[in-house]
Write a protein that binds this ligand. Sequence first.
Ligand SMILES: Nc1ncnc2c1ncn2[C@@H]1O[C@H](COP(=O)(O)OP(=O)(O)OP(=O)(O)O)[C@@H](O)[C@H]1O
Ligand SMILES: [Mg+2]
Length: 244
Amino acid sequence: MDLRLQSIGKSFGGQSVLRDVALELTNVQALVLIGPSGGGKSTLLRMLAGLEPPTTGTVTLEGEPLHYHDDDALRRHRARTGFVFQAHNLFPHLTATENLLLPLVQVHGMTQDAALEQIDTLLRRFHLSDHAHKRPSQLSGGQQQRVAIARAVAIRPRWLLFDEPTSALDPEMTAEVLDMIAELRAEGRSFVLVTHQMGFARRVADHVAFVGFGGIPEHGQPADIFDQPRTPELKRFLHRVLSY
Ligand SMILES: Nc1ncnc2c1ncn2[C@@H]1O[C@H](COP(=O)(O)OP(=O)(O)OP(=O)(O)O)[C@@H](O)[C@H]1O
Ligand SMILES: [Mg+2]
């Protein structure tokens, strides 16, 4: 993906979270956002998803600026974005299959038969076929999150946005979900991932941005970010998160 942030600012009720953020990335497949709690990672991701307009500045994806005040353009952008949140946010009363079916039929206008065929392939591909008829409450946390990722992939998005997809999971379920994300990377999908898993960030990212302190104090290749941090903010952050 080609992604450019120009002079991005974001305030909530006069409280500034991001100020004059700039980032220009060309041909990046996996961008990972790390940083302190409350630093603005989710805010930035929601902005990329078209769910939240920046207060100032421009976001440009694949050379096209996002038009936050054009409802049709925003809807199109969201329909081409696969978003996976921290908690899976599957519909509780629907089975796994129905959770995937709904956006395909209602947002993307697929016929039920075509959608079901595609869903079947996808669930098989991610070893979820045995769970197709279960509702979220009948699935483990890891399985729920994998269904949520399959749902994001099902819409054939141009990119995926993951906001701490493993933060509610135990280590084994975390590994299941991270394996799935690593597979998506291997098949060439572009994504932006927010994570507190530094080991995984390093392995999967081709670019890491450190978000916090009102902006992006530092960004670069994973090896540079993790082995040779330059700013005191990033040094302190890594020292803290890597000490446990
Ligand atoms: N809708 C909102 N209204 C008011 N303040 C908000 C809103 N969304 C976020 N904020 C504030 O913006 C700041 C950044 O929040 P954000 O959720 O982006 O942080 P984060 O980096 O994702 O943190 P975490 O790692 O804990 O998820 C926080 O101070 C938060 O309270
Ligand atoms: Mg967050």
